[in-house]
Design a protein. Sequence first.
Length: 254
Amino acid sequence: MIVCKSPAEIDRMATANGLVARVLSELATATAPGVTTRDLDALAERRIVEAGARPAFKGYRGYPATLCASVNEQVVHGIPSDRPMQEGDIVSLDMGVVMDGFYGDSAITVGVGRIAPEVDRLLRVTEEALEQAIVQVRAGARLSDIGHAVQQVVEANGFSVVREFVGHGIGTALHEEPQIPNYGEPGRGPRLAEGMVLAIEPMVNAGKAAVKVLADGWTAVTRDGSLSAHFEHTVAVTADGVRVLTRREAGARA
């Protein structure tokens, strides 16, 4: 069942998601050669607790950390570690909070120091795919229009869309209906309606689309070892159009 939120509930969700956006901005600034993803995880948890919220991921289905930090060929759900990041790496930072009974969720991928031009292009294309998906979000549109927009941008640039993981509805639970694939034909699925809140999250591989989950039961990696990028925004369908609840400061990626 798809749960639509009232304008007042969307405002409460905007507060939670605004916190996610602010913390991700700080994490992006803190990402540098020699920093570990465990360092970033500790910073994220500290900022969340200071704001009077709690981490949404920690303990969720047994997940051990506040942050999902996926480095290089890791696609999603990378567990923070003590390995220092190196110049030229990329890291996807996915984070959620619970605040005032509602969830916030967003993800960014950032370069560690200077990254190669082709790697930067992977990040820019993934971000553009997310932005084009958001353009489709309006009352009366079809759910599959979102994934179709992602697929069009990604494949036109020679990259691959991950199919095993999808976006989702969000509200008083982290994962609500509907599921939102990042591929497919347009004009299918439920019609978007005012009050729907969606977490849209393209995951894009530089090589082939296939992924596998490592022995830790969480970390998904590309099967061919190619790099992967991940961007996510939580958005609401309103009477005035789409409202991006996790938009970060001007000048910051995503």
